[in-house]
Design a protein around this ligand. Structure first.
Ligand SMILES: *Cc1c(COP(=O)(O)O)cnc(C)c1O
Ligand code: SF4
Length: 342
């Protein structure tokens, strides 16, 4: 890598890229040289009304032209299948509504508090369990912010604070820097974690302004990015992740196992290889949360086990993500393992 390549982007340039994201399915189809098979029709339009299209243009450039099966396109293009109902697919599959004790803070697991910093995302992923989340009730704004900090400060068992959303990096740097300052001032908080898809979908987000506060955080920072397919990781993404590493962040990736996107041993191995080249280790491979409208993405558990066994056969242990599912009420993410038939 050339020395100049690890410089952050000029401050603020990402905001225009964020604002000018593709926001309509017909435009997305046009940009990628779509065929009618890619999407469209009244049911797809209903899906689009239910959960709006949002695709940053830089991400759209990573979509192979004229290929309705493209693994990035499939993650972001509304399709008719979203409007069909499927047994067991609900609006709140992971029980977050019950877990939200007060606005903006989710505490499901020991020692970790997750802050829903904002409802906003830079990309809308069709499989997302948050597509029905009533963010208006939970986003961390105004008084809720102060209340959330008070609750974290009052609970000495909380050693890690996770900034999540939505995507916390859609929030301007001055607000983030203030929030993080207040969090790191709480003596029992030993780690800060950021769950974000922005370094993948708008790598320009890793700019001088972000680095200015990020590099000065006094507790160790873990950044968990979210890529599902190797094609999402291009030179700009590698640069963004290199800058974060230069700020001493630990980089991990979480993926969702998605039919038609990454449900092959080859795709999963290539994703791990690309992540490693970019400086991130695979952390979790989530089974799909059974959210209404996402049934077409489901990979059956037996197939998921077969795939992860195939990855384990080919890759070093540190490049094999943990296959997990979210179970409402469970004390942690639940490992998906071969059950003993005996
Ligand atoms: C996933 C999740 C976490 C983090 O779990 P880890 O196993 O530590 O990655 C924390 N809080 C909530 C509410 C979560 O959904
Ligand atoms: S929360 Fe994550 S998975 Fe869901 S739409 Fe936003 S970026 Fe995509």
């Amino acid at each position: 890598m050339e020395g100049g390549e690890i410089l952050p982007w000029p401050a603020g340039a990402w905001q225009r890229l964020f604002a000018e994201a593709i926001a309509r399915a017909d435009e997305l189809i046009e940009v990628v040289g779509g065929s009618p098979a890619a999407g469209g029709g009244p049911s797809a339009a209903a899906a689009e009304r239910q959960f709006a299209v949002r695709v940053p243009r830089g991400l759209a450039k990573r979509i192979r032209p004229c290929d309705p099966g493209d693994p990035i396109l499939r993650q972001v293009l509304p399709v008719a299948a979203e409007s069909t109902t499927a047994d067991g697919f609900t609006d709140d599959p992971v029980g977050e509504l019950g877990a939200a004790r007060s606005g903006g803070v989710l505490q499901k697991y020991h020692g970790r508090a997750l802050l829903v910093v904002t409802p906003v995302c830079a990309v809308h992923c069709r499989y997302c369990f948050r597509r029905h989340f009533p963010y208006g009730d939970h986003a961390l704004t105004g008084r809720r912010w102060a209340d959330a900090l008070k609750r974290i400060a009052a609970d000495p068992t909380l050693s890690e604070v996770i900034l999540s959303g939505g995507d916390p990096l859609t929030v301007p740097d001055d607000r983030l820097a203030r929030l993080v300052n207040e969090i790191e001032a709480i003596p029992h908080v030993r780690r800060l974690r950021i769950h974000t898809r922005l370094p993948i979908v708008i790598p320009e987000r890793v700019d001088e302004a972000l680095v200015a506060w990020f590099a000065r955080v006094s507790v160790p920072v873990v950044v968990v990015v979210h890529a599902n397919h190797a094609n999402e990781i291009d030179g700009d993404v590698r640069r963004a992740l290199a800058v974060l590493r230069r700020c001493r962040a630990t980089l991990l990736n979480q993926s969702v196992l998605l039919a038609g996107v990454n449900d092959s041993v080859d795709a999963l191995c290539e994703l791990s290889e690309r992540l490693f080249e970019a400086g991130a280790l695979p952390y979790y491979l989530h089974l799909l949360d059974r959210v209404r409208g996402a049934a077409q993405f489901e990979v059956p558990e037996a197939e998921a086990l077969r795939l992860i066994a195939g990855v384990r056969d080919r890759m070093p242990g540190y490049l094999v993500p943990r296959l997990v599912r979210e179970v409402a009420g469970a004390p942690s993410k639940v490992a998906v393992e071969l059950r003993d038939e005996g």
